[in-house]
Design a protein around this ligand. Structure first.
Ligand SMILES: Cc1cc2nc3c(=O)[nH]c(=O)nc-3n(C[C@H](O)[C@H](O)[C@H](O)COP(=O)(O)OP(=O)(O)OC[C@H]3O[C@@H](n4cnc5c(N)ncnc54)[C@H](O)[C@@H]3O)c2cc1C
Length: 1005
């Protein structure tokens, strides 16, 4: 059978997922700052493409920081459109930051707005990406989200779709593994067209309850696409006595590879989590005596059961009480291995020799500079196009740190008719190694993990006669010692040199296996099928005959080799998913030191140096500089909370804003703290350092050390675990090194947590504590992350204050266990600003908008600084009044601790009330009486007023401030809705409708 091969066969799975997301979604929120999970979505959105319902799509790329999901939540509660879906894309490592907000989802959920989280099971630890299903399942389980998992490229589109259908009954996580999905070759994969997707979505009738609906969703997809997905899928003999229970593609791959080498082990793959008891009991063979649960935990939680194990254990205890359940536990950083599973299985005899690696005909490893076109795709295509039933898998990884960016691919070709489950190993021994430059071998020992007498093809201009002298010494040593057959491809002599390398790999490999030139015609046909120039084929093969002669290296060369002192790494690390983009900086990509004279020259001769002065060169958004006009504390000096009102003069900055919008503020670190750190750490405040610009590639930002520590680096922020690791690498004192290593190991997890959550140590604290891990200013610029901006609701309207912008801010503060007064970075910075000081800001759009008709009543509920946007609302209404535009009822509920200390903007409210613009003020000062009165209590006592405004007159409701009162306030509104009818009312549905109509808007943080 001839396979049809097109480049689509290798379509990245992410595209498959993104296609489903784009087709079905009305709004897409991408929290994928460091991982390219939204590449295609962005392209389609920017080109104005509509979704499958022929509607405009909203796409938001959102920074991932604490409370980040508030943006999604705000939009979710106030959306008008009912068609389409809410989709969120992120990696599992970001879920802890999104969790606080997303935990409100259930309360606000509406089946008419399905919410799907497409989560790549991915974390970054110890300089590398790892599969992280542990965080994902923890999040989903504790937040009560159903999880549906893709296992491979083949099912990614279908499962994305099924997850979206399932979300018609409740929020869903679609889990997938980034690496497996992007690289497995699937011939003739049936495409999932947009029209079929929409048809499948429309024709689905949700079942009652999340679990039943997840099953119904899979069945519906099966019916549409002829697939056989189930909540639990079983692979293996019907008489298995032991079953491995696994979640995730890597786990499944390893479990199935191991099971295939035994006669009595099966694999239960969990597709829907929490595990559905009946589905589980149905697939486990009656003969099964033992379940081995592949249980991934975070490295920091290796001492405890994983959520996955606990849930499987509980399910099995109820469904299969006689079956023993054991845990095969491993960390996300170590990853699953056959030996972890085998240790828990009762394997009476040796594992059968039919291992996955015996199915492999050839393993190719290609080392490429990441700036050249990838050979791996092409190589895999050539093999996949042969006239035999054969299977090809490949996996590409990017190491941005080696040789300014390397791409390493392992391509495995199976023996005739064999189907490979995936790569047989992370680092299989290569039969053919290809290097696109001999220089790569200066940075990594490319022949460390190859078969003896295997083939190595190097793309080089080095003359074969000079090979021993000109090639890297470690490489030469390996060639000689492993008796490698070394073949050179000369870039200058070939027009299609890269294709030649590719062809060489194939052709020489054929020869090695004793194949003769009769295989060549079919090879030629395959090249033509791929759209390559078949006419050149004969010429290339002729050249190849000459070149395929191995380069001879006399073993005596070993005696003269000058080997480097430091050992080279033997493999690449996956620390990126994309090529390194800062090539122009060549070896200079790291921050560097400079001096003030150079900077002075650059400033004076700007044009000659291409110099530009930017307020915050590293800020991604369009930013403006504004000047402080007034800064007034609103709470008494002796009160323990500092809440203040700050006004900025917009001046000539060109900044404009709308009511309800927020201001992003780029805070500056406290001057005294920066100076103290510079002195304590022994830095030179005026030393100049150049940092490669993130926003203007190819350019440098010059800063003095003082500037960098004040404006750019989050030196007083919370250190990441990665930073502890970096410190350990720097530590010269073995005791300190050991101490740091323990802190990042499982044994130090509790200690590390205490440092972070109780002591709340900063980067500066750590640097001063571990003195031997001394960093230069340049090192700090490399390793300490950049400060993030903070957002504040604008409390003024530009209709009233044309040239000003107002904020209401509470200073975040606490005393740490060392007795030091500590403050939130930005709120404290703002509180200290003096009149005339300048601040860098950017306006951020918001969902807080007034109803189109000014006559419609508005009901506002604000807690603490949550009152800010309502002052802007009233100022806007005041302007409307002045224009003769009549207003409907304006009702304000405000909540804070005490009236004496925290009656925020009290004078404004009373003035508006006296003028008749604000028709009602409901005040809840929780601590002003012996018992607590909260905002919801005050609202409850004025239900008639609420009914008139919201139900009789169709007004809008707004809530801003902290999240905690949201459920209670929603309950009051439900009571109001019910009170308007003598019949039982589906109050949640009414609230849903209000949200649809943008009559129920929240902004919580
Ligand atoms: C849309 C929106 C509107 C907002 N509107 C307002 C508003 O009108 N008024 C207002 O006051 N706020 C508002 N906020 C909140 C505001 O953006 C900030 O989050 C808030 O001011 C705190 O920022 P900070 O820099 O002062 O504190 P941060 O430095 O960010 O500290 C915040 C918390 O992080 C923790 N932390 C800090 N350092 C460490 C450490 N080294 N180790 C361990 N933990 C640490 C502490 O728990 C601390 O309380 C709004 C937020 C959003 C999203």
């Amino acid at each position: 059978m001839t396979k049809e091969v097109t480049s689509n066969n290798f379509a990245a799975v992410h595209k498959a997922i993104e296609q489903i997301v784009y087709t079905l979604s009305g709004r897409i929120f991408s929290y994928a700052e460091h991982v390219p999970l939204d590449r295609y979505l962005k392209q389609w959105y920017e080109s104005g493409q509509k979704n499958g319902f022929a509607e405009q799509v909203e796409f938001h790329g959102v920074e991932t920081r604490s409370g980040a999901a508030g943006f999604l939540l705000g939009s979710y509660t106030s959306a008008v459109s009912s068609s389409g879906v809410y989709s969120l894309l992120t990696a599992s490592s970001c879920l802890p930051l999104l969790r606080p907000m997303l935990s409100y989802t259930h309360r606000l959920y509406s089946g008419s707005k399905p919410l799907v989280l497409h989560v790549a099971a991915l974390s970054y630890e110890a300089n590398e990406f790892h599969v992280d299903n542990a965080s994902l399942l923890d999040f989903a389980y504790t937040s009560d989200f159903a999880t549906i998992s893709s296992f491979a490229l083949e099912d990614a589109a279908h499962i994305s779709l099924a997850s979206t259908l399932a979300a018609k009954a409740g929020p869903v996580v679609h889990a997938y593994e980034y690496d497996t999905l992007t690289t497995t070759f699937v011939p003739n994969e049936a495409s999932v067209s947009a029209s079929k997707t929409v048809e499948c979505f429309h024709s689905f009738v949700p079942a009652e309850g999340v679990t039943a609906n997840a099953i119904a969703a899979l069945e519906h997809v099966n019916k549409h696409f002829g697939t056989k997905y189930a909540p639990v899928e079983y692979y293996g003999p019907a008489t298995a006595t032991q079953v491995i229970v696994a979640f995730g593609s890597k786990e499944l791959q390893k479990a199935r590879a191991l099971a295939s080498r035994t006669s009595n082990v099966g694999v239960a793959a969990i597709r829907v989590f929490p595990v559905i008891e009946e589905s589980f009991a149905r697939v486990i063979p009656k003969t099964c005596k033992k379940l081995v649960v592949a249980s991934q935990t975070k490295l920091t939680a290796l001492d405890t059961h994983s959520t996955f194990f606990s849930v499987v254990f509980a399910t099995a205890a109820s469904a299969l009480p006689k079956v023993q359940v054991v845990e095969a536990r491993y960390s996300d950083v170590d990853g699953i291995s056959e030996s972890v599973l085998a240790a828990e299985l009762d394997l009476s005899s040796e594992l059968s020799a039919v291992s996955a690696s015996s199915l492999v005909e050839t393993t190719f490893r290609i080392w490429e500079e990441d700036s050249v076109e990838s050979l791996a795709n092409a190589l895999a295509l050539v093999h996949a196009s042969r006239d035999v039933e054969q299977n090809v898998v490949y996996r590409t990884l990017y190491d941005n740190q080696l040789f300014l960016g390397l791409r390493v691919s392992n391509v495995q070709v199976s023996k005739s008719s064999a189907k490979l489950p995936g790569l047989t190993d992370e680092e299989p021994k290569a039969d053919v190694t290809i290097l696109t430059s001999e220089k790569i071998a200066n940075h990594v020992r490319v022949l460390a993990n190859v078969a003896d007498r295997s083939l190595c093809i190097v793309y080089t201009a080095v003359n074969p006669a000079d090979a021993a002298k000109k090639l890297p010494a470690v490489f030469v040593k390996d060639v000689v010692e492993k008796d490698i057959r070394l073949v050179f491809a000369n870039p200058n002599e070939q027009t299609h040199a890269l294709n030649l390398v590719l062809l060489a790999a194939y052709f020489v490999q054929l020869k090695r296996n004793g194949a003769d030139s009769t295989s060549v015609p079919s090879l030629k046909k395959n090249f033509a099928t791929l759209g390559w120039d078949a006419d050149e084929f004969d010429a290339v093969v002729k050249d190849l005959e000459g070149q395929a002669e191995p380069v001879k290296l006399n073993p005596d060369v070993l005696k003269e080799l000058q080997l480097p002192e430091d050992e080279l790494p033997t493999s690449a690390k996956e620390n990126s998913f994309e090529a390194n983009t800062v090539k122009e900086l060549e070896e200079e990509v790291l921050p560097q030191s400079g001096n003030l004279n150079t900077v002075a020259k650059q400033l004076i001769f700007k044009e000659a140096y291409g110099q530009q002065e930017l307020p915050r060169p590293n800020a991604p958004a369009k930013i403006c500089t504004v000047r402080v006009k007034s800064n007034k504390r609103l709470t008494p000096r002796d009160y323990n909370r500092n809440i203040f009102h700050i006004e900025f003069d917009i001046g000539e900055s060109g900044l404009t804003y709308d009511i309800g919008e927020a201001l992003g503020v780029y805070g500056v670190n406290n001057k005294a703290n920066v100076e103290k750190f510079i002195a304590d750490y022994g830095l030179k405040a005026n030393e100049v350092i150049y940092v490669p610009s993130l926003t203007h590639p190819g350019n440098w930002e010059s800063n003095t050390v003082f500037q960098a520590l004040s404006h750019t680096l989050d030196i007083f922020g919370k250190p990441t675990k990665q930073f502890y690791q970096t410190m350990a690498e720097y530590a010269a004192d073995p005791k300190e090194k050991r101490q740091l290593e323990v802190l990042i190991s499982p044994a130090g997890a509790a200690d590390l947590q205490r440092r972070s959550e109780v002591d709340m140590l900063t980067y500066a604290d750590l640097l001063l504590e571990f003195k031997s891990a001394k960093m230069t200013a340049v090192d700090l610029a490399r390793h300490v992350p950049v400060l993030k901006r903070r957002e504040y609701s604008i409390s003024s309207s530009q209709r009233k204050h044309k040239d000003a912008i107002h904020l209401l801010v509470v200073v975040v503060g606490w005393t740490d266990p060392m007795g030091r007064d500590r403050y939130g970075q930005c709120s404290h910075y703002l509180s200290q600003l003096q009149i005339g000081d300048t601040v860098c800001v950017a306006v951020k759009p918001s969902v807080m908008k007034l109803p189109d008709s000014p006559k419609k009543p508005i009901v506002m509920a604000g807690l603490g600084t949550g009152l800010a946007p309502f002052r802007a609302f009233l100022q806007y209404k005041e302007w409307q009044w002045s224009q003769g535009i009549a207003s409907g009822d304006v009702i304000l509920y405000l909540g804070s601790r005490t009236q004496r200390e925290e009656y925020l903007y009290g004078e404004d409210w009373e003035a508006y009330h006296a003028a008749g613009l604000l028709t009602h003020i409901g005040q809840a000062f929780s601590r002003d009486q012996p018992y607590k009165i909260y905002i919801q209590d005050v609202m409850r006592s004025t239900k008639a007023l609420l009914k008139k405004a919201l139900i009789d007159e169709g007004g809008s409701f707004y809530l801003c401030g902290p999240t905690w009162p949201l459920p209670e306030i929603t309950s009051v509104l439900e009571e109001v809705i019910q009170s308007s009818s003598s019949e039982p009312v589906d109050t949640r549905k009414v609230i849903e409708q209000w949200k649809e109509d943008r009559r129920f808007v929240i902004e919580v943080y």
